[in-house]
Write a protein that binds this ligand. Structure first.
Ligand SMILES: O=c1nc[nH]c2c1ncn2[C@H]1C[C@H](O)[C@@H](COP(=O)(O)OP(=O)(O)OP(=O)(O)O)O1
Ligand SMILES: [Mg+2]
Length: 203
């Protein structure tokens, strides 16, 4: 079985990738499996810069092809915040719960029709002797007034997906894969980088 290395320590993200890559019959490995000690500082100011940092640092360490995901939530009423700072939105020791609390607090006075937002995902693929490539996806939605649903991770419980009439956390993993920013980015990658997960015959 072919291994695909994702340069992440986020287990929720890793689960998303397992669902997304299930059709390819590959095994998903994360930093927990291949380089637990490695902590890449996300010093960039764009998703692309941070995705590059994570992918290239880990690819260099391992001497293998690595995919990194840098993603986040852009809220229109907050001029695109928290954006690249989504994971650190509530400051030192941030958790998904605290980030959601801060977000709902900042949006308290924002009326329903102005609560539009999007999830953004940039994937970077790096490897020895390869020029790093990028693939992007987005998913449009609205920020709820209270969390709903137990699936997924991060801001999923407060991200309402209009077409599904549910929050991201109320979707099954397969349903999320079909509509998410991460799903869109993987489909871009699949289109432009055929062979990365093995040839048709390998599957
Ligand atoms: O599908 C998603 N559903 C809900 N929330 C999401 C999603 N995708 C990104 N997010 C949020 C979580 C975190 O607050 C930030 C990602 O930050 P980001 O630095 O890319 O990931 P991370 O620090 O959790 O793990 P790592 O850097 O090891 O991959 O955006
Ligand atoms: Mg991170």
């Amino acid at each position: 079985m072919k291994d695909v290395i994702i340069a992440t320590k986020n287990r929720g993200k890793a689960k998303d990738f397992e669902t997304l890559l299930a059709p390819y019959g590959v095994r998903v490995l994360t930093l927990h499996d291949v380089a637990e000690d490695l902590d890449v500082e996300e010093t960039g100011t764009t998703f692309r810069e941070n995705a590059r940092l994570k992918a290239e640092t880990v690819a260099e360490r391992l001497g293998k092809i690595v995919i990194a995901d840098d993603s986040g939530l852009a809220v229109d009423a907050l001029d695109g915040r928290p954006g690249v700072y989504s994971a650190r939105f509530s400051g030192e020791g941030a958790t998904d719960e605290r980030n959601i609390e801060k977000l709902l607090g900042e949006l308290k006075k924002v009326p329903d029709e102005e609560r539009t937002a999007r999830f953004i995902c940039v994937l970077a693929v790096a490897g020895p002797g390869l020029e790093t490539r990028f693939f992007e996806g987005a998913c449009e939605g609205r920020i709820m007034r209270a969390p709903a649903g137990d699936n997924g991770f991060g801001y999923d419980p407060v991200f309402y997906v209009p077409n599904e009439e549910r929050t991201m956390a109320q979707l099954s993993p397969e349903e999320k894969a079909a509509v998410s920013h991460r799903g869109a980015a993987i489909r871009q990658l699949e289109e432009e980088a055929r062979g990365l997960f093995g040839t048709e015959e390998d599957r």
